[in-house]
Design a protein around this ligand. Structure first.
Ligand code: GEK
Length: 248
């Protein structure tokens, strides 16, 4: 293993910052991303391999699979390694150049058969065509809320019959006691993973205007509204939930 292959520890918010600016997915974040997301998002390490299981079960021959907000390609690679159907292609999309550059290296060093097209663009600009599986793993939450429904409607239109959408998100609860309960457990999770109080509070402030969570009810109602016949949460860990929706 070379130094470059070693996962770098996330220390981005470990020193007091004079001025806290909104969180951006730049090179500094890309360099520590695998460590950052595992130590910050409860359940991430379960969801990623399960996306491979979704792919094995639901990818149809001669179709496209989309990973929207692919970061360094963890979901793409998990799906790619389990796709057994012929004639498929994965389209992995992210609008952060630094993420896409490192994602390209990760994809190039994996020799699974299904081709991957990596696209540096806003997921709002991407055409969804002939899709059997679309994954948005912790990315919808970064879009302006008023743009989310149009994106989901576009995905619904681009999915084939029996096609599946998986969306993972940080979620809110509109019951204050439940919201506090899960939020406290999430903070404890970050402490248990070695983040200091300073890191936790500075990261929280940096994400405040950038990551805008919604309730599970909001997600389920919107997925139903755009046309999905079957909508269900399939995984939850504290205030992080993953939903699946099937086009019947
Ligand atoms: C994983 N799915 O490892 N268009 C394209 N990309 C975007 C947009 C947008 N409008 N907004 C944000 N992103 C990954 C983890 S991370 C989640 C996803 C997190 C990208 C952004 O550049 C970043 O790479 C990703 O969405 C969110 O399974 O950091 O909490």
């Amino acid at each position: 293993m070379t130094d470059k292959d070693k996962v770098q520890r996330d220390k981005i918010f470990s020193k007091p910052k004079d001025m806290l600016v909104d969180f951006v997915f730049d090179e500094q974040v890309a360099n520590v991303f695998p460590d950052m997301i595992r130590r910050s998002v409860p359940g991430y390490d379960t969801i990623i391999p399960m996306l491979g299981v979704f792919a094995e079960k639901y990818v149809q021959a001669d179709t496209s699979i989309y990973d929207l907000g692919c970061s360094l390609g963890a979901a793409t690679l998990s799906m790619r390694r389990r796709i057994k159907q012929p004639g498929c292609k994965i389209l992995a999309v992210d609008n952060a150049q630094a993420m896409v550059e490192q994602c390209q290296q990760n994809i190039s060093s994996d020799d699974s058969a299904t081709p991957v097209e990596l696209i540096c663009d806003d997921i709002l600009n991407i055409k969804i065509v002939n899709a059997s599986l679309v994954v948005i793993n912790f990315t919808l939450q970064f879009l302006a809320p008023e743009k989310r429904k149009d994106l989901l409607a576009k995905i619904f239109a681009g999915l084939n019959k029996d096609g599946v959408l998986v969306i993972s998100e940080k979620v809110l609860s509109d019951i204050p006691q439940r919201h506090q309960f899960y939020d406290d457990l999430h903070t404890e999770f970050k402490r248990a993973n070695g983040y200091s109080e300073l890191e936790i509070s500075q990261k929280r402030s940096a994400l405040e205007n950038v990551l805008i969570p919604e309730t599970s009810e909001c997600h389920i109602n919107r997925l139903t509204d755009v046309g999905f016949g079957f909508v269900s949460p399939w995984f939850q860990c504290f205030n992080f939930t993953s939903f699946c929706a099937v086009k019947s």
